[in-house]
Design a protein around this ligand. Structure first.
Ligand code: ZN
Ligand code: ZN
Ligand code: ZN
Length: 549
């Protein structure tokens, strides 16, 4: 019933989603007040800030730099405005950066501490840290900071895409991406900034707006659940409106609702009037979803693609979803300028459906940084939880294959796509939408249908595999043995081992990557994907949460 109208007549209103599911009054009774008093900094609390700093010091004493940093960030978030806790937390965090040999960040934190009024009597300590940092810098030996970048020039119209790729439509009218020339293994062909992102938990880990991780984050002055990587992200209007809004204390539920709020605010911000927004959305929904876009660089063309992302297998609005839509609706209308814009019944009915539409898109198209609550870093069987989620647009154009030649990862709020097999000019570029390459065919196909409505026709699904002779050739290669037997070692996240392993995988895949998919090839591709992932993200453990993404 999404986008259903009351009458077929021109100008008819969209159906009232809430009346159909118990009514506004009933829903209103279910929900509690949601916003702390206007301008309130109630959650800021110097003693909580101090407590967090103390815990940070304990972690620091145990050489757990990541955990210590997380606590210092919490200390920053809870510190009352103008309190000396701010400068002390920055100063302590600079010590973490120094230990991690991240000298640039260390220097920035030293300055932030000074700007925040670091106590004069302690200043010699901070100055010594700065000297140590400069000395460390001069000596070199800082770990190489990994930053993915496109391995080719960017496409003229799709700046996030390498210019060796082309978006096409296949015979069935669906999108497909084709190589314009031969592409080697291990090449980054997509680097796309997320269209929409949201931090679910561990607010001191990533920038609230762009998801940059473990940089010189600065706290929001008003709330305790946001940090920013830069003045630019701090000034971003998205958080300004949401600041202080919180649906519930369950981070997963709160995140999945708040990201809908954020996405709607983003859409509303793009247009000067509501009629413009309505016209744009109605026009986007009526247009052919498989029309190849001509540009992808401005907000409106991106929003059009966003609105045409798949909604998932089930896009009716059942009772529980209507509660979520109601909650988002209520939150949005609590924001004065939004309330003023959506003053007519027509626009409010539209908003209900817009929220529902955004909700399904976000549920169905988000990828996230996943964590596992576990006390043992090697155990990852527990249910994954979201630390943050993001939606990119470009993956939309790539087809699925259970025998992929690409791997999709996220890095600091970007979508990164890397080749994992050699690609010839004219080949389709595909990735495994559910990463189920090693699952048995029946199980894989069922999951693909249930979750993505995909009927796959790849070689693996068609039961065609590499020949016995080819498979034997793979297993008799000494590198195959090396990769398979050493694979477990990489779990220790040893940089040198990872690098050697990744190089071995790459060479192996350059040699054999073009044969038909078989179990042996799958093993090496999986190992390679795992190693790329470690390179992108590291295997970071914070407290009881293991982050593996
Ligand atoms: Zn940022
Ligand atoms: Zn805030
Ligand atoms: Zn398949």
């Amino acid at each position: 019933m999404l986008w259903q109208k009351e009458t077929k007549k021109k100008g008819g209103l969209y159906v009232d989603v809430f009346e159909l599911n118990g009514g506004h009054k009933l829903l209103n009774e279910v929900f509690r007040p949601l916003r702390s008093p206007e301008g309130s900094t109630l959650n800021k609390n110097d003693s909580t800030s101090l407590q967090n700093r103390k815990e940070g010091n304990e972690q620091f004493g145990r050489d757990n730099w990541n955990d210590a940093m997380e606590m210092y960030n919490a200390s920053l978030r809870y510190a009352e405005n103008g309190s000396k806790n701010i400068s002390l937390a920055y100063a302590n965090r600079s010590a973490c950066f120094l230990k991690m040999k991240r000298y640039n960040e260390c220097l920035i934190d030293v300055e932030l501490a000074k700007e925040a009024g670091y106590p004069v009597d302690l200043m010699p300590k901070l100055d010594r840290r700065k000297e140590d940092c400069l000395k460390g810098m001069a000596e070199g030996g800082a770990p190489v900071k990994f930053e993915p970048k496109l391995d080719f020039k960017p496409d003229e119209h799709f700046p996030c895409m390498a210019n060796v790729l082309k978006i096409n439509r296949d015979d069935g009218g669906e999108f497909t991406v084709i190589a314009k020339e031969d592409i080697d293994v291990g090449q980054t062909v997509i680097l796309e900034k997320a269209f929409i992102a949201y931090v679910f938990m561990l607010y001191g880990w990533k920038c609230n707006v762009c998801l940059k991780e473990h940089v010189n984050l600065m706290p929001c002055e008003k709330c305790t659940s946001a940090m920013f990587c830069s003045k630019e992200c701090q000034g971003n209007s998205l958080h300004k409106y949401e600041c202080g809004l919180r649906e519930c204390n369950d981070s997963q539920m709160n995140g999945s609702i708040m990201r809908v709020v954020r996405s709607c605010l983003m859409a509303i911000d793009m247009f000067s009037t509501i009629d413009e927004l309505i016209n744009f959305v109605e026009h986007s929904l009526k247009s052919d979803p498989y029309q190849t876009p001509t540009v992808l660089s401005d907000a409106k063309s991106q929003y059009k693609i966003f609105m045409n992302l798949p909604l998932g297998p089930d896009s009716t609005i059942p009772q529980n979803i209507s509660c979520i839509v109601f909650e988002v609706y209520r939150m949005l209308l609590n924001i004065p300028h939004v309330k003023a814009m959506f003053s007519s019944e027509k626009s409010r009915r539209f908003l209900m459906h817009l929220i529902g539409h955004h909700y399904y898109i976000l549920e169905h198209n988000s990828t996230g940084a996943l964590g596992h609550v576990s006390n043992n870093p090697m155990v990852t069987q527990s249910d994954p939880i979201f630390i943050s989620t993001q939606v990119g647009l470009i993956t939309r154009f790539f087809r699925h294959s259970c025998a992929p030649n690409l791997f999709v990862s996220t890095f600091h709020g970007n979508t990164v796509i890397t080749t994992v097999r050699p690609i010839k000019k004219g080949d389709q570029l595909m990735y495994s939408h559910l990463m189920l390459m090693t699952e048995p065919t029946k199980k894989r196909q069922k999951a693909l249908w249930d979750r993505k409505r995909i009927i796959c026709t790849c070689s693996l699904c068609n039961g065609v595999s590499a020949s016995t002779a080819q498979r034997k050739q793979l297993t008799s290669d000494p590198d195959f043995q090396y990769i398979v037997s050493y694979f477990d070692t990489t779990l220790q996240n040893d940089q040198t081992v990872c690098k050697t392993m990744a190089d071995k995988c790459k060479q192996f895949l350059q040699k054999y990557g073009r044969i038909l998919w078989c179990e042996e090839l799958g093993k090496v591709v999986q190992a390679y994907i795992y190693l790329i992932n470690i390179q992108y993200r590291g295997l970071i453990k914070i407290g009881s949460i293991l982050h593996i993404d």
